[in-house]
Design a protein around this ligand. Structure first.
Ligand SMILES: [Zn+2]
Length: 281
């Protein structure tokens, strides 16, 4: 086994998402106050990136910049140092409304660079919108996290980097296990890593997220292969087939345990910011 003792692992917690409801799991934080409390517990458990969506008063997904502003302010106050990553994903709004929060200048934002299928719909990311979102991120000093639902998305990130559309070397997250998109396939996963190393350098950081039962699988693959790991109730609401996850922090704790198993330190927020080249908080 590789010696990973000098490779700290950044844990990202995707606290809410667009889909899960209290009916799926009462621990899903919906209101801003719940989101701050849940994130704080996850931060204490070892997460250093908070991937955030916001909901409206009825609990439905929204891209409302005012909600994002409240959440960002609360997280910066109560989770000092934690990296705030706001979602520009397509389930919360349409067109340029997806990027309406970027002038808030969060540390990071998610950026999908291509289209693919989702369980019941097409996840549409048309080229002109991708270019616009990337341009807004660059203009406001927001570091993108490239969401790779497919191999072509990693190559698209390289193309955008070559064209000067990204301020920094791309930080790619592999997403696996979305129904009708890329499943959790080990050979593909290893080829993703190989592609990131080839296109962005062997020291390029990368991250992985698995959906539903694939979450813990991707967590272990990422931790054991030197990548960074995403967990949280957005992607999965269960500990296993029989038990709901009691909190975001409980899902973070599973990744911390995996880091112990593979002899990897868990990155604190200063280390995470240094690895990603982000400004100190
Ligand atoms: Zn998300």
């Amino acid at each position: 086994m590789n010696d990973l003792s000098n490779k700290p692992c950044i844990i990202c917690v995707a606290i809410t998402g667009s889909l899960p409801t209290k009916a799926n799991n009462p621990a899903v934080p919906i209101s801003i106050a719940e989101q701050i409390e849940s994130t704080h517990a996850a931060f204490e458990a070892g997460a250093t990136i908070a991937h955030c969506h916001v909901r409206d008063d009825e609990g439905k997904p929204t891209s409302d910049p005012d909600r994002f502003a409240q959440l960002k302010e609360g997280l910066e106050k109560h989770c000092h140092g934690m990296i705030v990553q706001l979602s520009t994903g397509g389930r919360s709004g349409a067109g340029q409304a997806r990027g309406g929060m970027l002038p808030l200048r969060p540390d990071m934002a998610s950026l999908s660079v291509g289209s693919n299928n989702f369980p019941t719909r097409v996840y549409e990311n048309p080229p002109d919108l991708v270019d616009w979102l990337a341009g807004e991120m660059k203009a406001h000093g927001v570091m993108p996290e490239i969401e790779a639902f497919d191999l072509s998305h990693i190559l698209k990130a390289r193309d955008m980097w070559d064209k000067g559309q990204l301020a920094t070397r791309p930080y790619v997250q592999f997403v696996m296990g979305v129904k009708n998109a890329m499943p959790a396939d080990r050979d593909v996963f290893e080829y993703y890593i190989k592609t990131v190393h080839r296109l962005f350098g062997t020291d390029a950081p990368w991250c992985a997220a698995g959906i539903g039962p694939a979450q813990i699988v991707l967590n272990e693959w990422a931790v054991s292969m030197g990548g960074h790991a995403r967990t949280g109730l957005e992607d999965n609401v269960r500990l296993d087939k029989d038990r709901l996850a009691p909190s975001n922090a409980a899902l973070v704790a599973r990744v911390v345990d995996l880091c112990g198993k593979y002899n990897r330190p868990v990155a604190d927020w200063r280390t995470a910011r240094a690895i990603l080249g982000l400004r100190a908080a």
